[in-house]
Design a protein around this ligand. Structure first.
Ligand code: CP
Ligand code: NVA
Length: 314
């Protein structure tokens, strides 16, 4: 599989076989790291890490993943560069493209990560925008594969803000990989109809299924229940409104019970606000899975960089 030179802006751009390849590569790199083996596939490569929003996992994953493979990461925080307010995104992209071999971007507008890719001429990786968080899905799917040995046919239920970056990206990834995917959310927080239609098309191809509902009975039979914060970065002013809307959708013992299964796992992209989207009890019960998922950010992000920029034969 040759993904050299490709950007990773949204999972829409990747075929199911390509997503599976990235997951398999991540599993390989993870197994090697556990044996103390790191590589040199990014030797001589300089990687810019642009962060308009804060980050623990994504920043550390790009940094460690890059260094493990012999590359050099350079962090460019929101006060370090003047992206989009004193210099146009197009101009910053052209400058960075002359100096760096790859660029990660975390920020607000999806349009900006797309412009960076268009104007820099080097692979650009989306480390989260308001609309999508595609690298997170790779970590989630690697975690599901480790726990269940497969992806296709699993029932995954996302509960909470059904129109945020996580819900959107999980829907795209699940539709492509043949999962039975449910968004459980109040109607005012449902994803855009256009994206749902596109995902329904993907699901037809993969044998997957997409359901959007307000009914908590939809968790029945779930293999995994997933939630995320009720207020994403940049939406802190919506806290009161979201608490009112989403309190009936908290992941708690009663909701887990409604799956009717003992084997259901709980996933969270983190950071978590315990007592809001998930109770402390459920979070701690599934802490092993959730922190595997967090660790898997690093292995999967490393795989994305290695596949699109590095020299590695698999
Ligand atoms: N899950 C995730 O993207 O975490 P960070 O915001 O810490 O990068
Ligand atoms: N929806 C969250 C995801 C954090 C990883 C946010 O955008 O803040």
């Amino acid at each position: 599989m040759n993904l050299k030179g490709r950007s990773f802006l949204t999972l829409k751009d990747y075929a199911p076989e390509e997503i599976m390849y990235l997951l398999d590569l991540a599993a390989d790199l993870k197994a090697k790291k556990k044996q103390g083996i790191t590589g040199n596939s990014l030797k001589g490569k300089n990687i810019a890490l642009i962060f308009e929003k804060p980050s623990t996992r994504t920043r550390c994953s790009f940094t460690i993943g890059c260094i493990d493979e012999g590359g050099h990461p350079e962090y460019l925080g929101k006060d370090d560069i003047q992206l989009g307010y004193k210099e146009s995104v197009e101009d910053t992209a052209r400058v960075l493209g002359r100096m760096f071999d790859g660029i990660e971007f975390r920020g607000f507008k999806q349009e900006n990560v797309e412009k960076l890719a268009k104007y820099s001429g080097v692979p650009v990786w989306n480390g989260l925008t308001d609309e999508y968080h595609p690298t997170q899905i790779l970590a989630d799917f690697l975690t599901l594969k480790e726990r269940f040995g497969k992806l296709a046919g699993l029932k995954l239920v996302f509960v909470g803000d059904g129109r945020n970056n996580m819900a959107n990206s999980l829907m795209i990834g699940s539709a492509k990989m043949g999962l039975d995917f449910v968004i459980l959310a109040p109607k005012s927080l449902w994803p855009a109809g256009e994206l749902v239609s596109l995902c329904e098309e993907y699901a037809k191809q993969s044998g997957g299924k997409i359901t959007i509902t307000e009914d908590t009975a939809a968790v029945a039979g779930a293999d995994a229940i997933y939630t995320d914060v009720w207020c994403s970065m940049g939406e802190e002013d919506k806290a009161a409104e979201r608490i009112a809307l989403l309190s009936p959708y908290q992941v708690n013992a009663a909701l887990m019970e409604k799956t009717g299964k003992d084997s259901t796992i709980f996933l969270h992209c983190l950071p978590a606000v315990k007592g809001k989207e998930v109770t402390e009890e459920i979070f701690e019960k599934f802490a092993d899975v959730v922190f595997d998922e967090a660790e898997n950010r690093m292995h999967t992000i490393k795989a994305v960089m290695v596949a699109t920029l590095g020299e590695y034969d698999r």
